[in-house]
Design a protein around this ligand. Structure first.
Ligand SMILES: [Zn+2]
Length: 387
């Protein structure tokens, strides 16, 4: 029996669907509800899997659809003890793989189960892997895609037709998106809208079908309503810039007593010094002009809000060209820039010497900020998935 979206006492299981085509092809892994209060993604995956089983189109490869934090989803809470989407640091996953971590919290068990199912799928040796992580936000606003800025990720995310956010992985550690990305696979985060808005489920459904087509699992003709789905996503983000980069994260703890001012939608324009929230110290103001991103309107969370700014599509084209021309190999000739040890994927920059637009140039060339101590900035190359 299909689970009704209106049923109270929702019941999710880890495996939402494992749909295999008759022809070899890519592995698409979709996760819905790694945050348990974001059930829209899990519901959307149920719909997609049900329709695939009913219509049985010619399918290349495999769709693995899983629920993220199953225990939290079924309880309708974001998480019990720990945010399951902040636990994917390489050192921790290493210990998990040795089975030495006791199941101390519900999220420890969730992570171990998720890791097992992902590992098992990857061990089959698929030629190409595409990972899609489905989320919703507490604020109202347009859907958007989040990526680590590699050319493959860009192509897949831009196919969704929603704004694209670059650089969130420099502000947030331990996400499953970054973990999969660092393994060298394509990985897209998709935020469909507000948690309980019915439209968020529709937006997720559209994102999954579009990704299955872009991945090459399905031909466009196999999804008769594909054009309508693309139009839905484009319409939802009409009037917004197509690419943003994250400039600032307002980190919070429970002790801050942080409260957003009411009424900010995602991507609301703000001016420098504009009050946007309050905490125990008084007004919290935007430290630069730009767009407010993911303002927090729920009790649980460590990110009060972000500030993002527009990147002109021209710069994306310049950056694609520079990367294909391997311009990054010239970086270490700049004054104040050296390879870290013998590793050509990491550079150490003396920001006292290399002062101008250092991080902007590094972003263009496909590097991300890794760590900063005083004047020393360490950057590392983003793992590239095959194009
Ligand atoms: Zn989320």
């Amino acid at each position: 029996m299909e689970i009704s979206e209106k049923t109270t006492g929702k019941r999710f299981q880890r495996l939402i669907g494992n749909y295999k085509g008759t022809v070899e092809g890519p592995l698409v892994i979709c996760i819905g509800g790694i945050h348990g209060n974001e059930s829209a993604g899990a519901f959307a995956l149920q719909r997609v899997v049900t329709r695939l089983k009913e219509t049985t189109p010619l399918f290349q490869g495999r769709l693995l659809a899983v629920a993220g934090n199953v225990r939290a989803l079924n309880a309708g809470v974001r998480y019990f003890r720990r945010d399951l989407n902040r636990m994917w640091l390489p050192a921790r996953v290493q210990t998990l793989s040795k089975n030495t971590v006791a199941h101390e919290t519900a999220e420890d068990a969730e992570q171990q189960e998720l890791l097992a199912i992902i590992r098992e799928a990857l061990a089959q040796g698929p030629t190409k892997v595409i990972f899609l992580d489905l989320h919703t936000t507490s604020s109202d606003g347009a859907p958007f895609a989040l990526i680590s800025d590699t050319l493959t990720n860009r192509r897949l995310a831009q196919a969704l037709g929603t704004p694209l956010i670059l650089g969130l992985e420099e502000s947030i550690d331990g996400t499953i998106l970054n973990y999969i990305n660092e393994m060298g696979h394509a990985a897209i985060g998709f935020e469909a809208g507000q948690h309980d808005a019915p439209q968020s489920i529709e937006n997720h459904v559209a994102a999954v079908w579009i990704t299955l087509v872009e991945a090459g699992c399905l031909v466009p003709e196999a999804v008769p309503d594909l054009a309508a789905m693309r139009a839905t996503l484009r319409r939802a983000s009409r009037g917004l810039p197509s690419v943003f980069e994250v400039r600032y994260r307002h980190a919070i703890t429970a002790a801050d007593a942080f409260v957003m001012q009411p009424g900010f939608a995602n991507f609301a324009r703000v001016e420098k010094q504009q009050p946007v929230a309050e905490d125990c110290r008084g007004a919290v103001r935007a430290n630069e002009s730009g767009f407010l991103f993911m303002p927090l309107y729920q009790a649980l969370g460590e990110d009060g809000f972000f500030l993002v700014r527009e990147i002109k599509p021209f710069w994306l084209r310049v950056s694609s060209w520079l990367r294909r021309a391997s311009a990054d190999e010239l970086l270490h000739w700049l004054p104040g820039v050296h390879y870290l040890g013998g590793d050509k994927n990491s550079l150490i920059i003396n920001t006292k010497i290399a002062r101008w637009f250092v991080i902007e140039i590094c972003h263009l060339l496909g590097f991300r900020k890794h760590a900063q101590t005083g004047e020393q900035l360490i950057i590392s190359r983003r793992k590239q998935a095959p194009e």
